[in-house]
Write a protein that binds this ligand. Structure first.
Ligand SMILES: Cc1cc2nc3c(=O)[nH]c(=O)nc-3n(C[C@H](O)[C@H](O)[C@H](O)COP(=O)(O)OP(=O)(O)OC[C@H]3O[C@@H](n4cnc5c(N)ncnc54)[C@H](O)[C@@H]3O)c2cc1C
Length: 306
């Protein structure tokens, strides 16, 4: 049986696309096509697709909301597994258990409704639970690692494991999930009871801060760079006079120097060139290496030889 026929025995045709433009699934609105774009509805389907990919030696990657990803213009070979349909959120005592494809913003809102405190920091982070665990998402002094109790993951060999907070090894924008290529299926957050108004007050304050400082009106990947020890990436970029610098349709934001915005149908090549330009300029002026926080993946467009 062909690879495609085998895939269709696992995932029905309506939840499967070929040559799917990833610009439709990334916050930067950039990126070429995925060979196979698959949306499993159950953990068993995820496991079966993973097994098939291994057996047939087809590469695969997990896509959340694409809010921390730049896909190059040549797209991605193999399978893109989109877990967004796995998105239930439920309460168990002072814990909230959310599937990997749930929006972390929705988990934060659910915690508010349940009068459970701890996830206020996540109220404006536009990714999934899986993406938050992968990179230990955090904001305004809070991090995923402060509230996570455990996560159910699939190893690259297809083994289903429950990892404790310590075993997840979350650190600044990294985790065991990112280091070992694990797939997050669900996460449990340990929260503290607190009144609705107190939680809401903090969330409103953080939302106001985010909306006043970030260029949310344009497509972007959020902060492009990690915070270099002892510095703020945005301040270094600002001090290099790079705000407003453009390559094609990509621009270093005038509102927040740590953001690069897609202001006019940028290509991934333009966006990445601007990232490299910013890195080179900051390195030249301050001798500081800016490391991207955003993940850059996929292939460049092949240039035909004349
Ligand atoms: C406007 C804006 C503001 C932002 N603000 C913040 C902020 O305040 N704090 C912050 O930390 N981040 C911020 N981000 C970045 C981004 O939202 C976070 O990194 C988020 O956690 C990414 O989640 P995602 O689902 O979009 O992941 P994606 O971008 O889809 O994927 C990112 C990586 O996670 C992996 N991944 C996703 N799901 C899984 C899974 N289930 N299992 C294993 N791996 C998985 C992917 O393979 C990929 O390598 C911001 C982004 C934008 C656009």
């Amino acid at each position: 049986m062909s690879f495609l026929d085998q895939l269709l025995t696992i995932i029905p045709a309506e939840r499967f696309k070929q040559d799917e433009p990833l610009s439709a699934h990334t916050y930067t609105k950039l990126g070429g096509k995925a060979d196979y774009f698959v949306a499993p509805h159950t953990y068993e389907e995820v496991q079966a697709v993973l097994e098939l990919a291994h057996r047939e030696n087809v590469p695969f990657m997990i896509l959340g909301f694409g809010s921390n990803l730049i896909v190059r213009d040549g797209g991605l070979r193999g399978i893109v597994l989109n877990l967004n349909e796995l998105n239930t959120i439920r309460r168990d005592g002072n814990r909230i258990i959310a599937q990997a494809g749930a929006a972390i913003i929705d988990v934060s809102r659910q915690a508010l409704t349940e009068e459970l405190s701890g996830l206020e920091f996540a109220c404006g982070i536009p990714g999934t639970v899986g993406g938050a665990v992968y990179m230990n998402a955090g904001a305004y002094g809070g991090e995923t690692k402060d509230v996570i109790a455990s996560a159910v993951v699939l190893t690259p060999d297809g083994e289903l494991l429950t990892l404790s907070k310590d075993e997840l090894d979350l650190d600044y924008r990294t985790s065991r999930v990112s280091k070992e290529g694990l797939i997050v299926l669900e996460a449990t957050f340990e929260l503290d009871p607190l009144g609705y108004e107190a939680i809401k007050g903090v969330m409103d304050d953080l939302t106001h801060k985010r909306e006043s400082k970030q260029p949310l009106e344009y497509p972007s990947c959020g902060s492009v760079f990690k915070r270099p020890p002892g510095y703020f990436a945005g301040k270094l970029i600002q001090d290099c006079g790079l705000q407003g610098k453009r390559i094609g349709g990509a621009e270093v934001s005038l509102k927040h120097a740590g953001f690069i915005v897609n202001i006019n149908q940028a290509t991934a090549t333009e966006y990445i060139s601007l990232i490299r330009h910013v890195q080179a300029t900051v390195k030249q002026k301050f001798e500081i290496e800016l490391e991207p926080e955003v993940k850059i993946i996929g292939e460049d467009i092949a240039v035909e030889n004349a």
